[in-house]
Design a protein around this ligand. Structure first.
Ligand code: SAM
Length: 213
């Protein structure tokens, strides 16, 4: 029998990562019971990574592109002091009841601004001088557009974090579909353009972490 190393190692990594806490555990359970594509949720390992990055940066302004049920948003709140502001955007209100329920139970609920609409229309209207952290996790075909909209507004030393950068391994295909091509183009642009120092990690579906030079 061929051993499924990826599944076994993912479970080992989860089991040896600090707890995400009751609220996020409950949010994950509720998302898996109620949402159509629950696997879109960041999950424990990636959520703890986002939380750790937020604690290191101690951000004042975070942009979370693609709220879904709120998992990445809540994870990124962990490094906030009293002045931090989280802007989280989603075009879809199907899961508004779930994210609002869990945001309302979070002690930093007053620091979350939920925005409903297309991120491409909303981002240019946001009155924020510089982002400390931007997390891109919405429409894959708009990844290059999100990048163009935020790249000059991330402060020096700030973080750009992009999810699904390996796209189930399809970035290796010679004949790429459109989503894959755009993700691959963005991965290449970020590393070649020279604005950021980047590490692309094979965590979950691939996550790249870039620090602004
Ligand atoms: C992968 S999920 C986000 C998961 C979330 N970040 C988490 O960690 O649980 C992608 C989300 O992006 C949203 N989305 C798709 N296109 C969008 C757009 N043009 N503008 C804003 N949100 C969009 C979808 O509705 C979906 O909820």
């Amino acid at each position: 029998m061929v051993r499924n190393w990826i599944e076994e190692l993912s479970k080992y990594a989860d089991d040896h990562t600090s707890s995400e806490g009751d609220l996020l555990r409950e949010l994950e359970r509720k998302t898996y019971l109620s949402a159509l594509s629950p696997q879109m949720l960041s999950g424990k390992l990636q959520g703890r990574l986002l939380s750790m990055l937020s604690k290191l940066v101690q951000p004042n302004f975070v942009l979370d592109i693609g709220t879904f049920t709120g998992y990445s948003c809540i994870s990124l709140l962990d490094g906030f002091g009293e002045d931090g502001l989280m802007y989280t955007i989603d075009v879809n209100d199907d899961y508004e009841h779930i994210r609002s329920e869990f945001f309302n139970r979070h002690p930093k609920r007053g620091q979350i601004k939920q925005l409903l609409g297309n991120a491409i229309d909303i981002i240019p209207t946001l009155d924020v001088e510089a982002w400390d952290i931007v997390f891109i996790d919405a429409n894959k075909q708009a990844y290059l557009d999100y990048y163009q909209l935020v790249k000059n507004k991330i402060r020096k030393g700030g973080l750009l974090i992009v999810d699904n950068v390996l796209w189930s391994g399809k970035v290796l295909d010679s004949n790429k579909d459109l989503d894959t091509k755009i993700i691959d183009d963005l991965n290449k642009l970020i590393v070649n353009e020279g604005l950021f120092e980047t590490v692309l990690m094979p965590v979950r579906d691939g996550i790249s972490i870039s620090i602004k030079k």
